[in-house]
Structures are given as C-alpha cells and as structure tokens.
Design a protein around this ligand. Structure first.
Ligand SMILES: C[S@@+](CC[C@H](N)C(=O)[O-])C[C@H]1O[C@@H](n2cnc3c(N)ncnc32)[C@H](O)[C@@H]1O
Length: 280
C-alpha cells in the first residue's frame, strides 16, 4: 500500500482489509514473495517496491496481460470508489470487531450497488449480513418501494446492522430474518414468493453455497441475478494441494455453476472473487 497517498478512506481500517482476507487473493503473487514475514507484521512499506505485474503473458492465453493488484494499485482503486459516508462509518466501526475481515470491500459493495441499479431491482435478498455493510450498500440504492430480505443468524452483528439501517434511513426497506438463512429462504418459497425477486447476494457459510443457490434460483425471476462471494477463496481453489472441506466445497460449487445451463455466468476477480449468475 502506498502509505503517502491521500485516500478518502480511513487508512487504518483499510490497511487491515488490505493485508487481510479481501485483498490477499488478488495480491497473492506479491504475498508469496514475502519470505515468511508473519501476516501481522506485513505493513505497507513491505510492499512499496512491488509494481503491478503481468501474471499471465503466456502465448496460450493470447499474450493477455493480467495485472496483479498490488497494495499501491489497490490504494489507487480505493481513491476511485465513491463510498457513502454512512458506509465508511460502518466499515470503521466494524474494523474493531471480531470477523471484520468478512466484510465485503468498498469496491465490491460499489459493484453490488451498481448491479442492483442496472437491473432496476426492487426486491432483493442477502444471505449473510454480518454488520450490514453490503446490505446497506444495496438498501441505499433501492428505490423507496424497494425491499431487501436480509438473512443472518448472529444477533450481535445484526444489532450493528439495524442501527446503521436506521441511521441511514433505510430500515423500512430492510426485512431482517434472524436465523438460519436456508430456513428463511425456504419459508419465502412456502409463502409463494418464488420468481418474485430481482437480485440476491450470497455471502454466508461457504459449504452451503449450492443449497442457497438452488433456493435462490427458485426465488429469483427469469433474468434476475444471483451474486456469490468468495468464489476464489484466497486463491486456494486453484491449488490442488489444498483440500480442506471449505475449499473443496467452493471448488465443487464453481464447477457445478460452470456446467449449469440454467444460468449465464461471469466470474469476476474482485475482492475474494465473485460469480455473477443471471437466471435464464
Ligand atoms: C462473510 S460474513 C457476511 C459479510 C457481509 N456480507 C458484509 O459485507 O458485511 C458471513 C455472515 O454469514 C453469517 N452466517 C453464516 N452461516 C449462516 C447461516 N447458516 N445462516 C445465516 N447466517 C449465516 C455469519 O454469521 C456471518 O455474519
């Protein structure tokens, strides 16, 4: 991270994200060069000499140049994210909480909000709210008539989320479902709401992704969109030597989605990787 660069964001909070889960994937080649420096001791000056580099210039890929997002470049990207003040406050408050690395990054939240707006979405679902950063980003761009079902099992993080919905003046648009997300989705289906949602974002228990996806595919209308987070899982999905349950499950999910003719797909290397699925 270029420490001296002026950024619109809390440098402290973002540095935590930058050396943490969210950026680690995209700067993986850089991180592997760090020669065993413990994660907590890696600071921006460690990365300062690193330049965005071509990670794939093999002729078999048509000599395409795919850059690595170094901390300096990521810092630049963040200066170009229009993060609403209320989201900045929520991010900074969450930075001191347990699990803060789970929060989507500002540029991811901006992309989610953009998708919602492009779709003209009115009815949305989020699976995995935590303290509400991504759900608030969505709720902020929904029209007054818009509606977001927000599923989360942890009451403590929901308290923070609800406080921010209120502060942002969007509480009336958010229907919080406290409990297991799959139960909430099943009851929406039982309630006759299949095919009535425009947009869904999945960011909860990764081993449940296939189940969430199947339920959401029922709930989302034709040409509706489902976005799944963490599909690159810090790069572990591409490493055949990593075979823990979560990695294997995400890898299998990615394979299934790739072959699933019910949706068109686009895997996007932003944050920890998302896949955007459009129901056919
Ligand atoms: C990665 S975090 C979500 C981050 C959130 N999207 C944000 O940007 O702040 C995952 C959340 O999913 C919740 N979760 C995990 N399994 C769940 C389940 N089965 N049902 C409901 N929530 C669940 C966790 O409690 C956690 O808060």
């Amino acid at each position: 991270m270029a420490c001296s660069t002026a950024v619109n964001h809390s440098v402290l909070g973002l540095q935590r994200q930058i050396v943490g889960k969210r950026l680690s994937l995209l700067s993986l080649p850089a991180i592997t060069n760090l020669g065993g420096i413990p994660r907590r001791r890696r600071s921006c000056h460690v990365y300062a000499h690193l330049q965005p580099s071509v990670v794939s210039d093999d002729p078999k890929y048509g000599n395409k140049q795919v850059i690595t997002i170094t901390p300096r470049l990521y810092d630049y990207i963040l200066t170009n994210v229009r993060e609403p003040e209320i989201l900045r406050q929520l991010r900074e408050e969450t930075a001191n909480m347990r699990g803060s690395q789970m929060q989507v990054s500002p540029e991811q939240a901006q992309l989610l909000a953009m998708l919602v707006q492009i779709l003209g979405a009115e009815r949305c679902i989020e699976v995995g709210v935590y303290t509400g950063y991504s759900s608030l980003a969505i709720a902020l761009v929904l029209p007054e008539s818009g509606y977001l079902v927000a599923c989360e099992r942890d009451s403590k993080s929901l308290e923070v989320a609800k406080r921010y919905y209120k502060q942002a003046g969007v509480s009336h648009k958010v229907d919080v479902k406290h409990g297991l997300a799959s139960d909430a989705l099943k009851s929406l289906i039982l309630n006759g709401e299949s095919g009535s949602y425009d947009f869904a974002f999945v960011d909860a228990e990764k081993r449940m992704n296939q189940e969430y996806f199947e339920l959401l595919l029922q709930l989302v209308r034709t040409r509706g969109v489902i976005v799944i987070d963490n599909v690159l899982w810090h790069g572990k999905v591409a490493d055949p030597l990593v075979n823990d349950a979560r990695t294997v499950s995400i890898r299998n999910f990615n394979k299934n989605i790739m072959e699933d003719k019910r949706v068109s797909i686009s895997m996007v290397p932003i944050g920890d990787g998302i896949t955007i699925c459009r129901k056919r």
